[in-house]
Design a protein around this ligand. Structure first.
Ligand SMILES: [Zn+2]
Length: 346
């Protein structure tokens, strides 16, 4: 089977097509004939190599996917062959104390499709049967593949971890990436007021069209904490959704209102940041981390997708054969939304 990924860790020059065995579902697993797959920032980290996470090589990238179940393993009764599905990319062991509390995102053996296993940028993938869900009818395969990872990440971060309440202000740092767009939509769906901060005027316009109340264009002379401070009437914002890290987090903390929360879901600009701790205790603010989601949170996202209150934003769709160019598009500065691979039916 020919998939898109890499044989050696490194930069984008390592990307290409690899040959891997066609997967066979074991007990409790299903095989999905993929019709679409979507890229995430995670793919770049897997390509580079994540300390402590050995990957099978050659390695197929891709955590998000949608397709049709074409083979079920022994003992699988909950899903039938021929069912159109989307994947929950987060896998849990079902046996640890976190799983017993139904907070699978904290599982001691949490794994992610395409990181710890072969991914979705290929004609088929094998996952546990509990990781496939019937595709909401309103979504095509492309939209279904664009949805899971970013929405579940934004949902847990904002709804569970930051506990956003209706009427609160949520500042989303960045516009155009999958998780920032998802965060905008999740915050809106929960009745929050959303302000987006971006360095791009065109992306600010797009954020407004998606329901942001304001979109502030920041640059070195107009740091985002000052823009947010003025925008909020010098009260600060209740929640900041920050996936940028080193270059933004110190100022994101300064933008908080009393009792405010920064939720960190990534660190694309670097993992080490310097925080003025006085801001934290004076304002009784907090910095929380979040990643992926529990099964219940994933099901809530599926419900919102089925109702149409979360609508995946797709930047571009590419044939699997053009995956290298698709990944270049994923890396481009003017991308707005998900980059999706279309995979022909076998
Ligand atoms: Zn567990």
């Amino acid at each position: 089977m020919r998939g898109f990924g890499f044989t050696e860790h490194g930069g984008l020059e390592r990307l290409g097509f690899v040959d891997v065995p066609e997967p066979v579902p074991g007990p409790g697993e299903v095989r999905v004939a993929l019709r679409a797959a979507a890229f995430n920032r995670l793919d770049r980290f897997v390509l580079a190599g994540i300390p402590g996470v050995p990957v099978e090589r050659p390695h197929v990238l891709g955590s998000d996917g949608a397709g049709v179940v074409d083979r079920v393993g022994p003992g699988v009764t909950e899903v039938a062959e021929g069912t159109p599905v989307l994947l929950n990319p987060g896998m849990w062991d079902g046996t640890c104390d976190a799983c017993a509390r139904h907070d699978e995102a904290l599982c001691r053996n949490y794994r992610i499709v395409g990181e710890h296993t072969q991914g979705t940028a290929a004609p088929s993938v094998v996952v546990p049967a509990r990781n496939v869900h019937p595709k909401p009818a309103r979504l095509g395969f492309v939209e279904a593949a664009a949805a899971p990872l970013v929405y579940e990440t934004a949902w847990r971060a904002l709804v569970t971890v930051a506990a956003v309440r209706p009427g609160e202000t949520v500042a989303v740092i960045g516009a155009g990436g999958g998780t920032t767009i998802a965060a905008l939509q999740v915050a809106r769906a929960r009745g929050a007021r959303v302000v987006v901060v971006t360095r791009s005027a065109p992306k600010a316009e797009r954020a407004l069209a998606l329901g942001a109340e304001a979109a502030l264009v920041t640059d070195d002379d107009h740091p985002h904490d000052r823009l947010l401070w003025e925008w909020s009437g010098r009260k600060g914002v209740e929640v900041v959704f920050d996936s940028v890290g080193r270059s933004t987090l110190p100022r994101s903390v300064k933008a908080l209102a009393r009792g405010g929360r920064v939720v960190v879901i990534g660190a694309t600009s670097g993992p080490i940041a310097e925080i003025d701790l006085r801001t934290l205790f004076w304002r009784q603010a907090s910095i929380r981390g979040s990643t992926m989601a529990s099964k219940a949170e994933f099901l809530e996202v599926l419900g919102e997708l089925a109702r149409g209150s979360l609508v995946p934003v797709v930047d571009s769709v590419h044939d699997l054969d053009n995956a290298v160019a698709a990944f270049e598009r994923f890396e481009s500065a003017d991308r707005f939304g998900k980059v999706v691979l279309q995979i022909p039916a076998l």
